[in-house]
Ligand binder design. Structure first.
Ligand code: CA
Length: 217
């Protein structure tokens, strides 16, 4: 699960990032509204945690920017205790939930899990290509009707490629999907996942496009 964290407070941001990572999330942390919006538009996240008081663009403007571009990624807004107006505006602009600062980390992770569950249940359709069937909601893959066991990372690679069927996906984009922007990545980690996917699902499924990346279809 990949989270975009937009929070300018260094202590809170750092604490949140560490806590979320320890729960297994991949976290991209931005301290500025404009960078957050840019990242949210060019990358795929499972959920966005959005502080409303951000430099450059404030949280409500980020939200507006996302909705203008018809992005329906779930957004949890963080608001100050006395900012009722902002909370209402945020929900009007399509935020899915909110937490008032200060909040409990357990409460935050419960809310995130429920947002992600809801969004995975809505509007995600089963992806099919030749004899492969991938169900994003159930996180299952079948080949000719038989379920194939994949690791989480293999599943993520395949899902991303199948969502972008017919297009070349760069290595960098795939690595970001798996690890976030600032993680140290073993140089051949992605090749290993692709190799395993081919072994499990057939050599022809994922094509290597020399010098640029991979493609399904
Ligand atoms: Ca702030």
């Amino acid at each position: 699960m990949r989270v975009l964290l937009a929070e300018d407070d260094p202590l809170l941001g750092d604490g949140l990032k560490t806590a979320l990572q320890s729960e297994g999330y991949t976290v991209d942390w931005f301290r500025d509204g404009r960078q957050s919006l840019h990242a949210a538009l060019v990358e795929t996240f499972d959920v966005i945690i959005l502080d409303l008081g951000l430099p450059n663009l404030d949280g409500l403007e980020v939200l507006q920017g996302l909705r203008d571009k018809k992005r329906d990624v779930p957004v949890l807004i963080l608001t100050a205790r006395d900012a009722l107006d902002d909370r209402v505006k945020g929900l009007d602009l399509g935020a899915d939930d909110y937490l008032t600062k200060p909040f409990d980390l357990d409460e935050l992770s419960a809310r995130l899990r429920s947002l992600i569950r809801r969004s995975h249940g809505r509007g995600v359709s089963v992806l099919e290509f030749t004899d492969i069937r991938l169900d994003p909601a159930k996180q299952t893959v079948q080949k000719r009707g038989e379920e194939v066991e994949l690791t989480l990372k293999e599943f993520k690679v395949l899902r991303y490629l199948m969502e972008n069927r017919g297009r070349v996906v760069s290595r960098r984009r795939l690595e970001e999907t798996l690890y976030g922007w600032d993680a140290e990545i073993g140089s051949n980690a992605l090749e290993v996942h692709v190799h395993n996917l081919r072994k499990k699902l057939g050599q022809q499924l994922i094509k290597t496009v020399r010098g640029s990346g991979y493609r399904v279809g």
